[in-house]
Write a protein that binds this ligand. Structure first.
Ligand code: PGA
Length: 248
C-alpha cells in the first residue's frame, strides 16, 4: 500500500437502511470513493457492505476477529477465515473498547493476531494508553507491552493504530508533539523487534475530525487515520479522506 490510509470504524452503529444511504453518499464522493479508504462495519452488515462496495476501490474491514481460528462449536463467533471469505482486507484487533469491555489482553490478542495472519486479512493492532498511564509518564512502556505480541513478525505484516484511550470519542486530541513522539517510538520498536525492513504503517486514531485531520496527517510518521464518530457523516469523512489524499 502506498499513501495514507483512512479506516472508518462504525463501531456498533447502523441499520440496513442507514448503511445503504451512508455508503451511497460516500460512493458519490470523489475523495472517499478511492483506494486507501476502508470501512469497518459491524460483522452482521459486512455482506451488505461487500455488495454495496462491489465496484468500488473502498476496502472492507472488520472490527474484531474470533480467537478461534477454524470452524467449530463456538456460538456467536466469526473467524478470520470467514472475514477473508467475506472480502475483508483489514481487521481491527485490540481496540480499546474491546480491551476495556471484553477484557482482551495480550494472551487472547496474540491468538487473534496469529489467526488473522493465517489468512489474507491484514490485522490492524490497536494500542493506546489511558489518561492515568500518560499522566504517570509510563505511556511509552505501556504501548511497548501492547506491541509485544507483534514481536518477531515480518515488518509491515501487521498495521498498528495508535489510539490514546483518553482521546477516543472525547473530542480531546493528542497534541502533534505527543502523536509524533509515540509514532516514532512505535516505529523504532518495530525496527528493533521485527524482521525485515518493509515499511511499517502506523495509523492515528482518537477524535480525528474534519478540522484537525490535515495537521495530524501531515506528520511524517502518521501513515493514516482510524476514524470513529466522523466516519458516520459523509461530509466529515470526505474532508478527512481529502486531507489524507493531499498528503500522499
Ligand atoms: P473517535 O473513535 O474518532 O470517535 O474518537 C476512534 C476509534 O475508536 O477508532
Amino acid at each position: 500500500m502506498s499513501g495514507k490510509l483512512v479506516i472508518g470504524n462504525w463501531k456498533m452503529h447502523g441499520s440496513l437502511a442507514s448503511n445503504r444511504n451512508l455508503v451511497r453518499g460516500m460512493l458519490e464522493d470523489w475523495w472517499i470513493n478511492r483506494k486507501g479508504v476502508a470501512l469497518a462495519s459491524p460483522h452482521i452488515y459486512l455482506l451488505q457492505l461487500a455488495d454495496l462496495l462491489e465496484y468500488s476501490p473502498v476496502a472492507l474491514a472488520a472490527q474484531d476477529v474470533s480467537s478461534f481460528g477454524a470452524d467449530g462449536a463456538y456460538t456467536g463467533e466469526v473467524s478470520a477465515p470467514m472475514l477473508a471469505d467475506m472480502g475483508c482486507r483489514y481487521a481491527l484487533l485490540g481496540h480499546s473498547e474491546r480491551r476495556n469491555y471484553f477484557k482482551e489482553d495480550n494472551r487472547v490478542l496474540g491468538v487473534k493476531l496469529r489467526n488473522t495472519l493465517a489468512t489474507a486479512v491484514t490485522p490492524v493492532l490497536c494500542v493506546g494508553e489511558t489518561l492515568q498511564e500518560r499522566e504517570s509518564g509510563c505511556h511509552l512502556q505501556v504501548i511497548e507491552q501492547q506491541l509485544e505480541i507483534a514481536a518477531g513478525l515480518e515488518a509491515g505484516r501487521v498495521m498498528i493504530a495508535y489510539e490514546p484511550v483518553w482521546a477516543i470519542g472525547t473530542g480531546k486530541v493528542a497534541t502533534l508533539a505527543q502523536i509524533r513522539e509515540m509514532h516514532d517510538s512505535i516505529k523504532a520498536w518495530c525496527l528493533q523487534n521485527q524482521k525485515g525492513s518493509a515499511k511499517i504503517h502506523v495509523l492515528y486514531g482518537g477524535s480525528v475530525k474534519a478540522d484537525n485531520a490535515e495537521a495530524i496527517l501531515s506528520i511524517d510518521s502518521v501513515d493514516g487515520a482510524l476514524v470513529g464518530g466522523a466516519s458516520l457523516d459523509v461530509g466529515s469523512f470526505a474532508m478527512i479522506c481529502q486531507a489524507a489524499d493531499k498528503l500522499v
